[in-house]
Design a protein around this ligand. Structure first.
Ligand SMILES: Cc1cc2nc3c(=O)[nH]c(=O)nc-3n(C[C@H](O)[C@H](O)[C@H](O)COP(=O)(O)OP(=O)(O)OC[C@H]3O[C@@H](n4cnc5c(N)ncnc54)[C@H](O)[C@@H]3O)c2cc1C
Length: 271
């Protein structure tokens, strides 16, 4: 697949509204988005968050000359190049996170820095069965993957959301069953996804996965898929998107160390 054209630019808020109680959709607009194809949905991007009350010119200057603004990773949920727009769905997890706090207050005319997008997470559709698992932070990427799958695809999609009202309608292939779990306190680790995956009858043939969410859940799932089910590393996308108690920069550091330790363990090295 040809990698998407990347842009680094300032975008304007065109609209912001809750899609469900714990998810805010912010529509961002800017002329640089005209060249992005709709197929970039599901690719990640970096968002540079302005300080509360910061002027556009002061923020533009900071982006150009430093210090580096607070930067967070999100997913392009939809791209509409003809309108020069993208949608980003933010989990509304409170004011302790600058990105969550920014989204909760975003109104048309606000601005944010954007860099990306990266490539969509699943682009090879040759599997006999797709296993999709996501908490609410990975609902945007999981939904984009499900919408991009061939209509004849078979699989299972497991979502873990904060309330029953956070369920969304997703245009998944009819052969992919959807299961919605509710975990009301995201700051408490959950075992529901791993229990469901461990209990499911294991499918025949080649299995590809797209799994993302809180890091401790993802590590358990990855070890089960690679170690117990023997899935090939290349068929397993399993990525920690955030970690209980850690802001993103700290989480990224810890994640690199944990991922390396897990790979060593899987290779039969360190335990
Ligand atoms: C590739 C990728 C794609 C992502 N796509 C999305 C997306 O589309 N939508 C989305 O909402 N998130 C997405 N995330 C996760 C997002 O980057 C993190 O949740 C990020 O920490 C949010 O930044 P923040 O400033 O709100 O909070 P931070 O300042 O990073 O964290 C502050 C506190 O909030 C807690 N926290 C962070 N995220 C959550 C959460 N989801 N629920 C509860 N508590 C939390 C942290 O543990 C910390 O204690 C993605 C992550 C990656 C790596």
């Amino acid at each position: 697949m040809v990698p998407p054209q990347r842009v680094q630019t300032m975008l304007n808020v065109a609209a912001a509204a809750h899609v469900t109680p714990n998810m805010i959709r912010v529509t961002l607009q800017g002329p640089d988005l005209a060249g992005l194809p709709a197929s970039v949905a599901g690719g990640h991007c970096k968002l540079m968050i302005p300080e509360p009350g910061q002027s556009r010119s002061a923020f533009a200057q900071q982006c150009a000359n430093g210090p580096k603004p607070i930067t967070r990773t999100y997913t392009v949920r939809h791209a509409r190049p003809e309108r020069q727009e993208i949608d980003i769905d933010f989990v509304a997890h409170g004011d302790d996170g600058p990105a969550s706090a920014w989204a909760a207050r975003a109104i048309p005319g606000d601005f944010i820095g954007f860099a990306g997008p990266g490539a969509p997470k699943l682009t090879v559709f040759d599997a006999d069965f797709y296993l999709i698992a996501a908490d609410i932070s990975a609902l945007p990427v999981a939904a984009a993957v499900l919408e991009a799958l061939p209509r004849e695809a078979k699989g299972i999609a497991i979502f873990e959301v904060t309330s029953a009202e956070d369920r969304q309608e997703i245009d998944a292939p009819p052969g992919v069953s959807q299961h919605w779990l509710v975990h009301p306190d995201p700051h408490e680790a959950s075992r529901s996804q791993i229990e469901m995956v461990e209990a499911m009858p294991w499918p025949e043939g080649r299995v590809r996965t797209m799994i993302a969410g809180e890091t401790s859940v993802i590590r358990s799932l990855r070890l089960f898929l690679r170690q117990d089910q023997g899935l090939d590393r290349r068929d397993v996308y399993a990525s920690g998107y955030w970690r209980i108690g850690l802001a993103e920069d700290e989480h990224q550091k810890v994640k690199r160390e944990l991922d390396a330790a897990d790979e060593a363990r899987l290779a039969g090295g360190l335990t």
